[in-house]
Structures are given as C-alpha cells and as structure tokens.
Design a protein around this ligand. Sequence first.
Ligand code: NAD
Length: 259
Amino acid sequence: MEFSSKVALVTGAGSGIGKATAVALAKAGAKVGLLSHTADEIDKAVGEITEAGGEAMAITADVSDEGEMRKAVEALVERYGRLDIVVANAGINGVWAPIDDLKPEEFDKTISVNLRGTYLTLHTTVSHLKKQGGAIVIVSSINGNRTFTSPGATAYSATKAAQVAMAQQLALELGKHHIRVNAVCPGEIDTAINDNTSMRNREETEVPVEWPDGEIPVNDGKPGKSQDVADLILFLASERARHVSGTPVFIDGGQGLLR
Ligand code: NAD
C-alpha cells in the first residue's frame, strides 16, 4: 500500500486517464477525491472504488470556475484532513479548425478548461501541499510539445505547451516546500476524448504526409490505454520519483518521434 497515508485529488476523474489514475491511487491505499463537472460519471467511479474496498469522495466542479474549485478543495481537505497529491488532468480537445475560422469563444473555451483549469487546480491546492510537501502531476500531451500535426489544434496545442511551461516554472518555485511538479505527455490513448472534439475544414489545416505503416512503434501500432498513463502518474507521485521534478515525460510508445 504505497500511498496508504496519502490524500489525492484527481480532476477529470470520471473517464479515461483521470478515472484510471484515481482507481489506481485508491487501490494503492490513497484516499482520493474524484473531481469532474459531470456528477453521474464520478458517482459511478467512486462506487467502483468503494465496492473494491477503497476510500474515495465524489466532487462535482468545473475546473474553470474559481468558486466551484475553492469549495471542492475545501470539502476534500475537510473530509480527509490533508492533501498530498494533485493530478491536474481534466481537459478537452475542443474545436480544431483553421485559425481564421476558429471563433474567439471556441479558443477561449479550450484555454479556459485546459489552462485556466490547470492554474485553478494548482492555485486552490498548493497551500495544502505546502504544509507537508507533496507531488503534482499535470496531464499535458505530445501535441504542442513533440508534435504539431493534429490539424487545426492550435488552441489545444497552445494549452498543452503552456502546461509543460507551468510544470517547469513551478518545480523551481515549489521545490523549497518539498513539492515536486511534473508533467506527463501522452500520445494517442484510447479514451472518450474524441467525443468532445469538434473538427472543421480539416482539409485546410492538414499537412499531407504519409506515415510509415503502423503509427505507433511499440504495441503493434495500437493506441495506449488509460492504465498505461495511470502507471506513470503513480510513479511520478510516489517516493520512487523523489528526485524527479520539472520533467515532462512522454508516454506515446514512440509515436511523437515518428510524426
Ligand atoms: P476523457 O474525455 O475520457 O476524460 C476527461 C475528463 O475530464 C472527464 O471526466 C470529463 O468530465 C472531465 N472534464 C472535462 N471538462 C471538465 C471541466 N471543465 N471541469 C471538470 N472536469 C472536466 O479524456 P482523456 O483522454 O482521459 O483526457 C484526460 C487528459 O489527457 C486531458 O487533459 C487530455 O488533453 C489529455 N490527453 C489525452 C490524450 C488521448 O489520446 N486521450 C492524449 C494526450 C493528452
């Protein structure tokens, strides 16, 4: 039970990478706050954890809303008395479109959930981590860091690059409080994220290149699984990563090197 004395918050924990991480943390003994803006999905995930003997709390909040995030973090700390691990994972693909077609409100929405959401997650939690030290893991992407070939993904890529910048900036700022800050950069992972993607005029933004057969070098070209990313996040949150901070870790089976 590697995380038995620890309390963790995972945002976007109702589905995909966030859910797999929350389940894995609970299985390893942590008390976990599962946060999402959709009550149904986190209630279900919390049910699965508690049925398996774990300890978890469902928290409904929109990561881009300051008031909701403050209340959410207060409720978690009130219930479990402390906070050690924060996984800033909630994110959307948003609208992928040519820059002259991408509407300001569409741009703002992606920035608001992915970047402001990450800021608010850290802004509202760090004072609790400072009490005893802790670990922050931000879920970024290969997009904006290793690859720039997802057609029209300008807003998304910009948020994902900014998240890695935040991880590095804050690794220095928070080091003296014994808080480590790292980022994971997944390639294609089999989750529900494509349901929240809207693409327009792809033919205008796509660069016509031919990939070699089998897009992802390892794993026979198949996308990764949420559990693959969860395993890495748990490592970065654990004592085994005690000397790792300010580091983006690519988890893409080599996909980003190919593109
Ligand atoms: P997903 O759609 O399966 O899960 C996203 C979760 O975030 C859901 O629980 C959803 O309800 C929640 N969420 C969305 N907007 C929210 C908001 N405003 N407030 C609170 N919760 C919100 O997606 P996923 O693939 O598991 O994505 C998780 C993270 O991984 C994202 O940051 C995404 O950018 C990143 N990522 C995913 C992939 C991939 O291929 N799936 C690749 C690289 C990076």
